[in-house]
Design a protein around this ligand. Structure first.
Ligand SMILES: NC(=O)c1ccc[n+]([C@@H]2O[C@H](COP(=O)([O-])OP(=O)(O)OC[C@H]3O[C@@H](n4cnc5c(N)ncnc54)[C@H](OP(=O)(O)O)[C@@H]3O)[C@@H](O)[C@H]2O)c1
Length: 243
């Protein structure tokens, strides 16, 4: 499998590069010119295309011949960075390619997510402050995801919980809606977020899904698995995550 990783030099991106190499995939990475050095550990093992991720020509060349594209969607600046990146990937990836995008729980696909008041307040406050500082535009990440949701490509939008560093605990579990009890712990190791993204490339049950993920060993995930086991069954989320 040949995969392109857009945003390869970031923390999530570098974990994805490692997981993809572990699976012996051929990797093409896109990152900003000034960040190429962050990928030195992979020198000789991946192809790097330096450039802004919303540069359509860079993306066109990077995704050529790729079976899958992993995109770190980041709402940097106020020049439609996230939506420009997403649109270029949607436009230039070959038909039938698996397209997997990252974002946070604040993105909702169908409006059925149940957020706590604190969460909504934080997103609004951080979003407003960052936008007036012209630092980050969360609305543009929303726009990027709306374009993905409307596309008929083989997309998956992986919605990450709060993140932490540390060794892998295994493939996260997921649910369609924030607010579901399994997600209550709101914590995933970044290395496992990356694992879920790479695993999604070969998990067809995730096509046109927007899974909200949580660490598989967090208290809420463990409690959910126990209660399902007690009922002698398996939940959709844990069944699909295990596949
Ligand atoms: N952080 C969280 O708690 C959290 C929670 C849930 C979901 N997520 C999602 O996880 C994904 C990765 O987030 P992360 O926090 O882990 O960060 P990250 O992996 O370090 O990624 C940051 C990315 O943004 C790029 N970047 C930084 N400054 C930029 C700029 N001024 N212009 C353009 N690109 C710039 C970085 O590229 P360079 O290497 O070139 O700097 C890197 O590719 C995102 O999709 C985010 O929505 C994050």
């Amino acid at each position: 499998m040949k995969v392109c990783i857009v945003g390869a030099s970031g923390k999530l991106g570098r974990y994805m590069v490692q997981h993809a190499l572990d699976r012996e995939y051929e990797v093409v990475g896109v990152c900003r010119e000034q960040s190429v050095g962050k990928l030195d550990a992979f020198k000789g093992r991946i192809t790097i295309l330096p450039g802004a991720t919303n540069d359509r020509e860079v993306i066109r060349r990077a995704v050529e011949g790729c079976d899958g594209v992993l995109t770190v969607l980041v709402p940097w600046g106020v020049q439609q960075y996230a939506s420009g990146t997403a649109q270029a990937v949607l436009d230039y990836a070959r038909p039938g390619a698996r397209l997997v995008f990252s974002c946070g729980w604040h993105i909702t696909r169908d409006g059925q997510d149940a957020y706590s008041r604190t969460f909504l307040w934080l997103v609004a406050a951080v979003g407003w402050l960052a936008r007036i500082a012209r630092f980050v535009d969360l609305n543009d990440q929303v726009e990027a995801c709306n374009r993905i949701f409307a596309s008929d490509t083989k997309w998956t939008v992986v919605r990450g919980s709060d993140l932490e560093e540390g060794e892998s605990r295994g493939l996260p579990v997921w649910s369609r809606h924030v607010g579901d009890p399994i997600l209550k712990s709101n914590r995933t190791r970044r290395i496992d977020f990356a694992l879920f993204m790479v695993d999604a490339l070969t998990n067809d049950t995730l096509i046109q899904e927007a899974p909200a993920i949580v660490g598989c060993q967090t208290p809420s995930a463990v409690a959910h698995t126990k209660s399902i086991d007690a009922q002698g069954g398996q939940s959709t989320a844990s069944k699909e995550s295990a596949s």
